[in-house]
Structures are given as C-alpha cells and as structure tokens.
Design a protein around this ligand. Structure first.
Ligand SMILES: [Zn+2]
Length: 60
C-alpha cells in the first residue's frame, strides 16, 4: 500500500505518518509534541491556535 505524503498543518513539513484531525493532517512528531506539551508551555497557545483554525474552517 502506497502511503500518501501530506503537509502537516503544525510544522508545515511533508510527512507520511500522522493523524487526520477534522480533515487536516498532523504528523506523528507534532502529534506527540502536542500531547507532551504542558498547558503552561509557551508552545501550547500555538498548537491551540492551529487546532482552533482548523476547527473554525470546518465549522464556519
Ligand atoms: Zn508536523
């Protein structure tokens, strides 16, 4: 089975492994980073913003 290369919406890199969330793709590295990121981490708002943008796009 050929794996489709997709652009991760968080890091913008082209990856073949990851998850699809609300029709958008997040690579495995970013997925793990989001899970491991503490709410008080300075990167956390960035992840939330990315997620929110997808959510808004799909629920407009
Ligand atoms: Zn990524």
């Amino acid at each position: 089975m050929e794996q489709e290369m997709r652009y991760c919406i968080v890091c913008g890199m082209r990856k073949d492994t990851g998850i699809s969330i609300w029709g958008e793709f997040i690579c495995i590295a970013c997925e793990h980073e989001i899970i491991d990121t503490d709410v008080y981490d300075e990167k956390y708002p960035f992840f939330i913003e990315q997620m929110r943008r997808i959510w808004l796009k799909n629920h407009a």
